[in-house]
Design a protein around this ligand. Structure first.
Ligand SMILES: [Zn+2]
Length: 144
């Protein structure tokens, strides 16, 4: 809900939660207006209780739902905080071990490349020799 401060004329928003809490306290204290604190001058601008009720029909039900949601959120946060304190940070070690595996693979690749170069180099020089030797060996075999 948009509210204009009656002192400095700043427009500020009352959230749904603030309005529901305000309506609850208005009923508890039997007041007819809610003092909305201005974020700029921090003075309280009175907001009529009826105006809040019009803006939030079925606000009692909404207020109870909001309380339940707040309780759930608190419980979830408490559970998360408990889990965070229980489990030590093991995830960092896992990632580092994965990186080691990757480095092993990368080091294995350069070892293969020289073995590939050897036969290609032997082909250029030994091609003629291989043909001669092959011819001799076949000739020897043929004689026998
Ligand atoms: Zn103000």
């Amino acid at each position: 809900m948009q509210i204009r401060c009656m002192y400095c004329h700043t427009m500020f928003t009352l959230t749904r939660e603030e309005m529901l809490v305000a309506l609850h306290t208005l009923r508890e204290e039997n007041l007819q207006h809610y003092d909305a604190p201005c974020p700029r001058c921090r003075r309280a601008t009175p907001v009529a209780r009826k105006r809040l009720e019009w803006a939030n029909p079925n606000w009692e039900q909404a207020y109870e739902e909001m309380l339940k949601e707040a309780e759930k959120a608190e419980q979830e946060q408490a559970a998360l905080a408990a889990e965070a304190t229980k489990t030590p940070p093991k995830e960092e070690k896992k990632t580092s071990s994965r990186k080691r595996h990757g480095s092993k693979k990368s080091t294995a690749q350069p070892a293969k490349t020289p073995s590939k170069k050897k036969p290609s180099a032997a082909k250029g020089k030994g091609a003629s020799k291989a043909k001669k030797s092959a011819g001799r060996s076949t000739a020897k075999k043929a004689k026998k």
